[in-house]
Design a protein around this ligand. Structure first.
Ligand code: ADP
Ligand code: MG
Length: 569
């Protein structure tokens, strides 16, 4: 045909395809999960778009996914009657343009020197997994708003190029036809397909149908010559959105599968919280904590947040209004009965319902973390090691929950001999000396520097524990935490040595006496360092070292000063 065009994949897409096919081979059945997942997303999008386009459903309003096989042709087809794609959609989504994460992804994979299948899911590359089992993939699609003659076909062998052409398609939606490789013909077996669908798709809210196996059909009975056999279909999954089901009827596997579906993470979640709330506010939330950080965790602007549904209608992905930035690792679903169906990001921005849902979600997540910290210490430690420094941002960002967030913090400490961040403020307080009234900490560039800082000498001598902080965010975050559980937090590098009740009269006298006796020396040093320091003092701070630099109270710390200098300020 005249309108047939052939395009090359971008280099990155080619590389990605290659990597993916080889690294996911041992888990090849996931291609079906990915394609069903896309079909389910397409149904969600149609339901949403139909709210503002009356004609989108036409006379075909039973949304479903159908899986059929053709043994002779060696093809497996996944068909949906969802939103469908226009020619432009196909070009953008399956074509030349590498999705935003692709190059970072390739970098991460190359660095690890091994294909980590955990990474793959995060990059919106699910569709390409079809090439693990197929040597040719054909996509036929018609957008809900398009006429039958305005449908489009996309064909590729996954090697370097694809062709795209206009076709006619009688029904709405997308058909993905996989020409299976010779040694992948197992995916033509109904029992095999049914078991994969059962495993991966029970939680999908629409039926995944396969042809009925008619056990009752008498064997060997001749069919009439002109009899047309209309295949009958049946759903092979449970077909109810997971979060709408009763908790007691959902098992762990199902929760985990659902997580993979919504998060694009091939790994397992660490834990989750599923809550149905009725009354003044009506919503269901299902929130997950991942085990592993995504490659772009540090990008505070990356898409984040929960999948938002209103009365079971999908509204948007990455609704960031319901969780603060410091909880950006959380994945999940929020289904509200209070928001209007025509809600937009703009409306969400300043709606009272959003605020109360957000407060509720934050509470859920924090209590999920508290529970984990209390009853599954090792899991919590795993979470902390992965996401702790993100959670710390909450000290600065979430004033109303600061005490709670502070309770979740874990630090390295002089009380232990490793740099593992595992000491909570509560642990610290329990070990405080009877006459001690402050929580002491030091912020430094790294663990070794923190541990061997001369500022710690006096505390070590007195047997007082000091928290050792070495994360980039510590300086900023701790600046917002002045108190915990009624105890003041004090950076040992700042201000007058203030040991509170720990200081003995003897120490004080000794300092006073030395200050008097050595006034000449102090003056001399002051003149020498006139433009470098604002004050020179005798102090009980040190035990072994002769001198150290101290930041003034409320002044910039040495770390901060160094950072500013590095930034050219
Ligand atoms: P992701 O699902 O993470 O976006 P995929 O590689 O699985 O990434 O799919 C790429 C895109 O192709 C989807 O975002 C969607 O826009 C489009 N797409 C894939 N399958 C379908 C389908 N069955 N119906 C409509 N659009 C689809
Ligand atoms: Mg997908």
């Amino acid at each position: 045909t005249i309108n047939k065009e052939t395009h090359s994949f971008q280099t990155e897409v080619k590389q990605l395809l290659n990597l993916m096919i080889h690294s996911l081979y041992s888990n090849k059945e996931i291609f079906l999960r990915e394609l069903i997942s896309n079909a389910a997303d397409a149904a969600d999008k149609l339901r949403f778009e139909a709210l503002s386009h009356d004609d989108y459903f036409g006379n075909d309003s039973d949304l479903k996914i159908r899986i059929t096989t053709d043994k002779e042709a060696g093809t497996l087809t996944i068909a949906d009657n969802g939103i469908g794609m226009t020619r432009d959609d196909v070009m953008n989504n399956l074509g030349t343009i590498a999705r935003s994460g692709t190059s970072e992804f390739l970098k991460a994979m190359t660095k690890e020197q091994q294909a980590d299948s955990n990474l793959i899911g995060q990059f919106g590359v699910g569709f390409y997994s079809a090439f693990i089992v197929a040597d040719e993939v054909e996509v036929r699609s018609r957008h809900a708003g398009a006429k039958p003659e305005d449908a489009v076909s996309w064909v590729s062998r996954g090697e370097g190029e694809f062709s795209i052409e206009s076709i006619e398609k009688s029904d709405r939606g997308t058909e993905i036809i996989l020409h299976l490789k010779d040694d992948e013909k197992e995916f033509l077996e109904p029992w095999r397909l049914r078991s994969i669908i059962g495993k991966y798709s029970d939680h999908i809210s629409l039926p995944v149908e396969m042809e009925k196996v008619d056990m009752a059909a008498p064997e060997g009975e001749d069919k009439e010559e002109d009899e047309v056999v209309v295949p009958e279909f049946e759903a092979v999954n449970k077909a109810t959105a997971l979060w709408t089901r009763a908790k007691s009827e959902i098992n762990e596997e199902e929760y985990k599968e659902f997580y993979k579906h919504i998060s694009h993470d091939y790994g397992e979640p660490l834990t989750w919280a599923h809550n149905k709330v009725e009354g003044k506010q009506e919503y269901t939330s299902l929130l997950y904590l991942p085990k592993k950080a995504p490659f772009d965790l540090w990008n505070r602007d990356k898409p984040r947040g929960v999948k938002l549904y209103v009365q079971r209608v999908f509204i948007m992905d990455d609704a960031e209004q319901f969780l603060p930035v410091y909880l950006r690792m959380v994945r999940g679903v929020l289904d509200s009965n209070d928001l209007p169906l025509n809600v937009s990001r703009e409306i969400l921005q300043d709606s009272a319902a959003t605020t109360s849902l957000r407060n509720a979600c934050v509470k859920r997540v924090l209590s999920m973390l508290e529970k984990l910290a209390k009853s599954q210490k090792e899991d919590y430690q795993e979470f902390w090691n992965e996401f702790g420094s993100v959670l710390k941002e909450g000290l600065a960002e979430d004033h109303s929950n600061r005490e709670k967030v502070a309770g979740l913090m874990r630090f390295a400490s002089t009380n232990q001999d490793s740099d593992e961040q595992s000491v909570s403020l509560k642990d610290y307080i329990e070990r405080m000396k009877p006459e001690q009234d402050k929580i002491y900490y030091i912020v430094a560039d790294n663990y070794a520097t923190a541990k061997s800082s001369p500022h710690l000498e006096i505390y070590r001598k007195k047997g007082v524990e000091v928290l050792l902080m070495t994360d980039r965010v510590d300086e900023w975050a701790m600046g917002h935490l002045t108190e915990f559980d009624g105890k003041k937090l004090q950076a040992v590098t700042h201000g007058e040595l203030d040991l509170g009740g720990l200081e003995s009269e003897e120490d004080k006298k000794a300092v006073e006496k030395a200050t008097e006796e050595k006034s000449d020396l102090i003056e001399k040093i002051k003149t020498q360092l006139a433009d470098k320091v604002s004050e020179v003092k005798i102090s009980a701070r040190l035990d072994e070292s002769p001198a150290c630099v101290v930041a003034s109270d409320g002044g910039m710390s040495i770390q901060m000063a160094r950072m500013m200098k590095a930034a050219g300020q």
